[in-house]
Design a protein around this ligand. Structure first.
Ligand code: PLP
Length: 372
């Protein structure tokens, strides 16, 4: 699904030099390297503040902690996403309100969202799933009308451009009050371990976010609020500084792979290719097809027999996870998510795929369809 070794080989001397520099400096936690990375990422995203932390899940948790929410306050998020998004809501004693998604772009469904806004709703937490932005213009409008805060889960869409109706273009993760991202190795901007960050345009929020991340202290050993310990290692920051320089090229490589797949499957009556939204560029964290028939698992097994990995993101809707059974949610409220969990399949997608591999993969997919 990914080829991190192949990617490393091409930038080996830069990465090795960066890691060696940190070992020589012996400043392993926080320090100037992390500050420099935060500044460079903020410049790339065109946002006032980037604050790095331990991982993407922490980024989401800290973003929620900063809002002074009360137990039982409601946070709306999609049913079709990675567990981290909803886990942190529940951990903080808040109530996750799961809503269905669109079948074609896998992001928050506006109709379900509107119906889920109630008296106790405080936050909307859209997920830019698979590399494409949610409908932020409408989400922001709903948030303003209902006095809600928006936090973006941008773990999968860093580098994506969002176009507002008035023509303004902004980067994913900088479209709301707080944006959260992850630098997990397989993410579009991945380090060589765990890492994450929050972004905001707001000075006051930025100050509070960095205080929470640092045991709630501004002056050493004086703790103003209850915080956590979540920080990015300097070695990871050094690696990320190198890789940030390649992020746009990496995105282009992913888009080229997506174009190849789109073209290979364009005439298929069986395969539905991922929709590209008008308002967002797609950075293809995943290339996720849907099958019209019930043959998804058979296709996955067939590809595996040909040595081609394929993954189901995500096989179980969040509302059906054992951990969230206490919410008492019904399948009937999530028809699209239920359908997606049975029909989606993500194909190999990374920066190192060459035409020969792409031909092998897409031929196998098309052969399977013809055989049915
Ligand atoms: C990866 C991911 C996260 C969590 O990031 P970690 O760095 O692994 O903690 C959160 N949300 C989504 C949608 C993700 O894909």
């Amino acid at each position: 699904m990914v080829d991190l070794q192949g990617q490393y080989q091409k930038i080996k001397s830069e990465i090795d030099g960066a890691i060696q520099r940190i070992i020589d400096s012996a400043a392993f936690v926080k320090g100037p390297e992390v500050k420099e990375f935060e500044r460079e990422l903020a410049r790339y995203l065109n946002v006032r503040h980037v604050i790095a932390c331990g991982n993407g899940t922490d980024a989401l948790q800290i973003a929620l902690m900063v809002l002074n929410l009360k137990p039982g306050d409601e946070v709306i998020t999609p049913d079709f996403t990675f567990i981290a998004t909803v886990e942190v809501i529940a951990l903080l004693g808040l109530k996750p309100v799961l809503v269905d998604v669109n079948p074609d772009d896998f992001t928050l469904c506006m109709e379900s969202l509107k119906k889920s806004i109630h008296k106790k709703t405080r936050v909307i937490l859209p997920v830019h799933l698979f590399g494409q932005c949610s409908n932020m213009e409408q989400i922001q409008m709903l948030a303003r009308e209902n006095n809600l805060v928006v936090i973006e889960d941008n773990a999968q869409a860093i580098g994506s451009d969002y176009r507002f109706n008035d023509g303004t273009i902004k980067k994913a993760g900088t479209l709301a009050e707080i944006g959260c991202t992850s630098f997990f190795p397989s993410k579009n901007l991945g380090c060589y371990g765990d890492g994450g960050a929050v972004c905001t345009h707001d000075d006051e929020l930025a100050d509070k976010l960095s205080t929470i991340m640092n045991h709630g202290m501004k002056v050493r050993y004086y703790h103003d609020i209850i915080g956590v310990n979540s920080r990015l290692d300097a070695i990871q920051a050094a690696i990320l500084r190198v890789k940030l320089g390649y992020l746009d090229a990496y995105i282009k490589a992913r888009q080229k792979v997506a174009d190849y797949y789109d073209h290979a499957f364009r005439n298929s009556g069986e395969i539905i290719i991922p929709q590209r939204n008008k308002y967002s560029t797609h950075v293809f964290h995943q290339y996720t097809i849907r099958l019209r028939s019930k043959n998804r698992d058979k296709l996955k097994a067939y590809l595996e027999s040909k040595g081609i990995p394929a993954m189901v993101y995500y096989p179980v809707p969040l509302h059906r996870q054992k951990a969230f059974r206490y919410l008492g949610l019904q399948d009937t409220d999530y028809p699209v998510t239920m359908e997606l969990c049975n029909s989606v399949l993500s194909l190999p997608m990374h920066t190192e795929l060459d035409d020969e591999q792409l031909e092998y993969i897409s031929t196998a997919v098309n052969d399977f369809v013809t055989m049915q």
